[in-house]
Ligand binder design. Structure first.
Ligand code: SF4
Length: 308
């Protein structure tokens, strides 16, 4: 296979999570979603007024909410075992803001997760405004003894957009906390097609990510889901979403700008099929991924080709 991208042993021309984990741990790894019962400061805290405009969480409660962590882990592992027998397991605290609690509560929950059988570490998703110094110290301690990924929602570096989507914190705030977290395996999340954003603005966000050089990046398309404030804007015609072709083109241009050794944890997301309003094309995740692969081959390009 003629693939010029160095961090790949398949046709992928970007550094996938699968490749990174196989190289690091010698085996396939699957994430096990755990709902640890947290909420979000942008919904019920001082900074918030109803959450990010695209957030579905205030309107739905996951089927695992309130279920004991060990039981969740067993149920979710069982679901994945037929497809991924023998794979390594990484518990993923995904929904809401998983550092939004007193340090004693965080310790109780994380230690319970870390004690689950057969896990290789912990993956914690959160927001920068819910991480204090005590929490950072504890995260550093966890990082010393196991594999830790800390996922931070950024979505955009443009404060005007952050305000439009009711993100609840600025890019400056993000940078302040990001600096304090240096040395940890940070995964930054960004969203393409946010309201009012041009292609150049999305590329600027990618250039900033390149400069920050986190361990991992997740790139999402904006989903319009039922029951969210952004769905109202969409219905009024106030919002234009990227077509599949344009999403593929912009995402590939972002990949070109990034350092080749940033792991790409996601290159498109999974909208909730039963609640998704638009874009319809995003329901077919594998089609989107294939189109990205095809675009990179057709243009003989890959992650990092334009990184300086
Ligand atoms: S930070 Fe996450 S959980 Fe909180 S409102 Fe935004 S999307 Fe929802």
């Amino acid at each position: 296979m003629n693939n010029p991208f160095p961090y790949s042993d398949t046709n992928k021309r970007y550094y996938t999570f699968d490749y990174m984990m196989r190289k690091r741990f010698g085996a396939k790894c699957v994430k096990i979603p755990i709902d640890a019962g947290f909420t979000c400061p942008n919904i019920d805290g001082n900074c918030g007024s109803g959450g990010c405009t695209y957030c579905t969480l205030p309107h739905r409660s996951g089927e695992m909410r309130g279920v004991d962590i060990e039981e969740q882990y067993l149920v979710q592992s069982e679901k994945l075992s037929s497809k991924w027998a023998g794979a390594l397991r990484l518990p993923y605290l995904q929904d809401y803001t998983n550092t939004y609690a007193d340090i004693h509560i965080l310790k109780k929950i994380y230690e319970k997760v870390l004690a689950l059988p057969g896990t290789i570490g912990i993956d914690i998703a959160t927001r920068v405004d819910a991480i204090n110094d005590e929490c950072i110290e504890y995260l550093r301690e966890i990082n010393e003894r196991t594999f830790l990924i800390l996922e931070l929602g950024l979505q955009t570096v443009h404060d005007k957009t952050a305000s439009l989507i009711n993100r609840g914190h600025s890019y400056e705030k993000f940078l302040e906390v990001y600096e304090k977290l240096k040395g940890l395996n940070i995964c930054v999340h960004i969203i393409n097609s946010l309201p009012g954003e041009t292609e150049e603005m999305m590329l600027t966000t990618a250039r900033e990510i390149a400069r920050l050089h986190p361990f991992m990046l997740k790139i999402h398309m904006l989903y319009i889901e039922k029951g969210t404030p952004i769905a109202e804007d969409y219905k009024k015609g106030d919002l234009e979403l990227l077509s599949l072709e344009k999403y593929v083109e912009i995402t590939c241009k972002q990949l070109e700008l990034l350092p080749p050794d940033i792991c790409i944890g996601r290159i498109t997301g999974d909208g909730q099929k039963d609640t998704l309003i638009a874009p319809d094309w995003s329901k077919k995740k594998f089609v989107v991924m294939n189109e990205i692969d095809k675009f990179l081959v057709k243009n003989n390009t890959y992650q990092g080709i334009l990184y300086k």
